[in-house]
Design a protein. Structure first.
Length: 352
């Protein structure tokens, strides 16, 4: 028999709405989404809009960083860029202008650690590290976070993924500044189907944020945001940052080519544990494991700027509904109500 069955209800973004409250704000234009951060372990500060494009082949690109930096948003680069590619970008005019909004990514292998070191040594302005593995619960990963903190004491480290309070605390105490929260919520992640492991994202953010903030750490809600309202809910639940992949897929700045299928322009979007990604970067899926991601075709959306403005506009609007003049105030002003239905789908499910 299982050791324990928890009967406590855990909720996802689709299970709740934010209750409106009296507000003195007259316009969405009065809302500031910019935040000032001071990080626990790196002792560094950063000011910007705390939204991150995920470190995936199809979203974590130099081109995406150049575009999002104009909005003071971050991009976690995928880890498969070569040192030479990093050098060329950092030496370009766009790279010099955008580097403060760039995050260098790595896994837990020695090869990744060595590449990370070479990349970070190129620029003091490259201040963020993303240590990303599917399972942040292994002792090997904790050791990786510790080693990275020792090697780069003044860099801000984002590490994960986990979904529980005790592991959030352990990663922060080991050296992480921002803990990545999310197992299985992503639109092209199949971990929950292949392994049966996961945690509803809203509850994970609520619980992990509470644990992190008790130690002066932070969390980034990684995955599960498919519309701007989901991002607002993640911030309302206490996420200091949100990370998204699917919302940034399909644009000019996304990786991959535009192709035409059945008369419509599309781009590929795939999980980094998918057969597509492992075939591209590791020669295929190893016999001892299963693919935990899928590959999909997403409609070609043009420049990412329109998506960014829609996302930021939705979050600002959420703030006006609860009277939060600043994004930092949103968690204090948020009350969630459980619902059985999000929207009226009589004419389909559309956000524009």
């Amino acid at each position: 028999m299982p050791n324990v069955i928890s009967n406590e209800v855990k909720l996802d973004f689709k299970d709740v709405l934010i209750r409106p409250k009296r507000s003195t704000l007259r316009s969405r234009s009065e809302v500031s989404l910019e935040r000032d951060f001071g990080f626990r372990n790196s002792k560094q500060t950063w000011t910007g809009v705390p939204i991150v494009a995920a470190n995936m082949d199809t979203t974590g690109t130099f081109e995406m960083c150049n575009a999002l930096a104009k909005h003071q948003m971050l991009t976690a680069m995928h880890k498969h860029y070569t040192v030479d590619e990093w050098s060329a970008w950092l030496g370009s005019n766009e790279g010099k202008a955008s580097v403060k909004y760039a995050i260098a990514s790595a896994g837990s292998s020695d090869a990744d650690f060595n590449t990370l070191g070479q990349v970070l040594d190129m620029s003091e302005d490259l201040r963020f590290i993303c240590l990303d593995v599917a399972n942040g619960y292994s002792e090997h990963f904790v050791d990786c976070v510790r080693r990275t903190r020792e090697r780069f004491p003044n860099r801000t480290i984002m590490a994960g993924n986990v979904v529980t309070q005790e592991m959030t605390e352990e990663l922060i105490l080991t050296g992480a500044d921002i803990v990545k929260v999310g197992i299985g919520p992503g639109s092209v992640c199949t971990t929950r189907l292949k392994t049966g492991v996961g945690y509803p994202q809203l509850s994970a953010v609520l619980e992990c944020a509470d644990a992190a903030h008790g130690l002066d750490g932070m969390v980034v809600s990684d995955g599960g945001c498919s519309v701007p309202g989901d991002a607002a809910k993640a911030f309302g639940a206490g996420a200091d940052f949100i990370m998204a992949g699917g919302m940034f897929a399909g644009h000019d700045e996304s990786g991959g080519e535009v192709v035409e299928r059945d008369g419509k322009k599309v781009k590929l979007f795939y999980g980094m544990s998918s057969a597509t990604a492992m075939g591209k970067h590791a020669g295929g899926v190893a016999e001892y494991r299963a693919s935990e991601g899928k590959t999909v075709q997403v409609p070609y959306k043009g420049a990412v700027s329109a998506t960014v403005l829609d996302l930021l506009g939705g979050i600002r609007s959420a703030c006006t509904y609860v009277g939060a003049a600043k994004l930092k105030e949103l968690p204090k002003r948020t009350t969630f109500i459980r619902v059985s239905q999000q929207v009226n789908t009589a004419f389909g499910y559309a956000t524009s």
